[in-house]
Design a protein around this ligand. Structure first.
Ligand SMILES: [Zn+2]
Length: 458
């Protein structure tokens, strides 16, 4: 009942009061998702061309760079032509932030986004109001693929709830409109987790939303302590890689499929699973993506590569061929759900989550940490940090089984995977520390991360 009132009355009223068109956009986007792949691709390509022309006319950085290279947007006639344009790195954005902002626009209505800099390169991005509204609608569309409907209560496992910094207005807005309650991931201890679980029982949420690993920690505790019986309509895991073993535990405890959602502060939603949970639909209405430098993953003919994103709607600071720092597995499959939006198979990880061997091979941090955790007796959790090309630090949460044989196994694994030149150090810890953002990372390579940040623009 409350959900219906919220969706039909309060949400439209608040949108009208704030002059936001996102609910109107949502209707349009819900219709568009069923268009054929050809219609969607044509519309997306036309948006790319518009953005390129806009950038050339209004953004000093692109005009200068493309002129130096002798390229004009009208030379870019088909997707393959995009390779002529340089890649935009995080380092470039840091160096040329002001020059990347559009001239002659009303800056009063721009919003600022600051990324937490989990790759070690903090960024400031400007987004115009129109784009914010469009992106909000795109996110709402895919959030509802999870089974949740706008207006239903939301339980969030998330760091730093924003409304708490906005006084009584924030409180009112949250309790009437957003209907969210939080487990703050910057202070997750057993007592707070139990309070949150009791709240889940008392006020059943329509949606459970959070960082993949924090949701896993919550579900794991509920499983161990026998807190079953909470059944949200949908669960969305985001902001970090959702591992298969995490998904299994979350789904077992809540009895609902987990929807994996992928995006970032700079461009918002990039891709999201639908109710089929086989790959992620790209948000073709707001971004154009390319996957470059493909390398085999070792799984039946699959390849993974660096993701480049072109933002199709932000005119304040257009990001074109932005190297976001993630590695994904592209797909040419069509989804059985019938939506025409293209797919990617999965997000493999951050470029910084790959380890580089002295022989120049890349090893995915996910499979690496999973391997270590599975094969080392007494390892409850593992984090691998590549300090330099020849030095690894292995952070490990030991359980009762940990001992001499565990250390021998670690030494054998390091030698087998990296060769005898690589040194390692085992650091026993009580827990794997979180990042400042509240996220966990299982593998951090200072080597590959530096290479990515400093890579020359094409
Ligand atoms: Zn689908």
């Amino acid at each position: 009942m409350w959900a219906w009132w919220n969706r039909q009355v309060l949400q439209p009223l608040a949108a009208w009061k704030n002059g936001s068109r996102h609910l109107r956009y949502l209707k349009e986007l819900e219709r568009r998702q069923w268009d054929s792949p050809e219609v969607i691709a044509a519309r997306q390509w036309s948006a790319v061309q518009k953005q390129l022309h806009f950038a050339y006319e209004h953004v000093p950085y692109y005009r200068r760079r493309w002129r130096e290279l002798g390229i004009h947007p009208s030379d870019i006639r088909q997707p393959g032509d995009l390779q002529q344009l340089p890649v935009l790195t995080k380092a470039e954005i840091r160096r040329h932030g002001a020059e990347l902002c559009a001239e002659g626009r009303d800056r009063q209505r721009w919003r600022i986004k600051r990324t937490s800099g989990s790759t070690g390169v903090p960024l400031t991005i400007w987004i115009d109001e129109e784009a914010v509204q469009w992106k909000t609608a795109c996110t709402l569309r895919s959030d509802q693929w999870s089974g949740w409907r706008l207006g239903e209560r939301v339980a969030k496992v998330w760091g730093n709830p924003e409304y708490r910094q906005q006084g009584w207005r924030g409180w009112l807005r949250n309790s009437l409109l957003e209907r969210a309650y939080y487990l703050d991931t910057l202070g997750m201890d057993r007592q707070r987790m139990r309070e949150f679980i009791r709240q889940l029982h008392r006020k059943p949420p329509g949606l459970l939303f959070g960082h993949a690993h924090s949701l896993y920690l919550l579900a794991d505790m509920m499983r161990r302590e026998g807190w079953y019986g909470v059944r949200p309509n949908g669960i969305i895991a985001t902001a970090m890689i959702l591992h298969r073993w995490q998904r299994r535990v979350i789904e077992e405890v809540f009895g609902v499929a987990v929807t994996d959602r992928y995006g970032c502060e700079e461009v918002s939603l990039i891709a999201c699973e639908c109710e089929e949970h086989r790959g992620l639909h790209l948000n073709a209405d707001s971004v154009y993506t390319e996957v470059v430098d493909l390398r085999p993953t070792g799984q039946d003919g699959e390849a993974a590569g660096r993701l480049l994103v072109t933002d199709l709607c932000n005119r304040a600071m257009p990001l074109i061929r932005y190297q976001i720092g993630d590695v994904v597995v592209p797909s040419s499959r069509r989804c059985p759900c019938g939506r025409g939006l293209p797919l990617i198979e999965r997000v493999e990880g951050r470029e910084a989550d790959y380890v580089v061997t002295p022989q120049g091979q890349l090893i995915s941090g996910i499979s690496l940490t999973e391997n270590f955790a599975l094969h080392i007796p007494g390892a409850a959790q593992v984090q691998i940090i590549q300090e330099s090309l020849h030095a690894l630090r292995i952070r490990l949460v030991p359980d009762a089984e940990f001992g001499g044989p565990s250390r021998q196994k670690i030494a054998a694994l390091v030698e087998k995977l990296f060769g005898p030149q690589v040194q390692h150090e085992v650091e026993l810890v009580e827990q794997i520390p979180q990042e400042a953002s509240g996220k966990y990372r299982f593998c951090i390579s200072r080597v590959w991360g530096e290479l990515a940040a400093e890579a020359p623009a094409a």
